[in-house]
Ligand binder design. Structure first.
Ligand SMILES: [Zn+2]
Length: 128
């Protein structure tokens, strides 16, 4: 089975969003750690307050956000084929819905996602 360039590109977009989201989660962990060190942990909600993460769909212009608890987000991404997207943003060619929840879906890629993507690569190809 060969995969087209555009499908590869779509999956890369999702990895970029995911890396961005993981940096949000890390920021949150740092805040929590800092609060613990300065004895202000009581100021941070202990109940795993949901954060707004970017939709990880294949549309690079999608700026929708979904509200997920950090612990849930981390658990979903233990599987690197799993991404979270706003309901209806799935693309049948590259992913299938694993679980549909109120507000978002967990999707599984059927294309091997790249380990990391340093940045979106501009191309000279005219798609018009
Ligand atoms: Zn989206």
């Amino acid at each position: 089975m060969s995969e087209s360039l555009s499908e590869r590109r779509m999956v890369e977009n999702e990895v970029v969003f995911r890396q961005y989201n993981e940096s949000i989660g890390q920021g949150f962990d740092e805040i929590r750690q800092l609060a613990r060190e300065t004895d202000q942990e009581h100021l941070i909600p202990k109940d795993d307050t949901p954060l707004y993460f970017y939709c990880e769909c294949s549309d690079e212009n999608c700026a929708k956000r979904l509200k997920i608890k950090p612990s849930r987000y981390t658990a979903i991404h233990k599987n690197r084929y799993h991404f979270v997207i706003v309901n209806g943003h799935e693309v049948a060619n590259i992913e299938r819905i694993v679980r549909k929840l109120p507000g978002y879906s967990i999707v599984e890629k059927n294309i091997e996602p790249p380990e990391t993507v340093s940045s979106l690569q501009p191309t000279d190809i005219d798609n018009s």
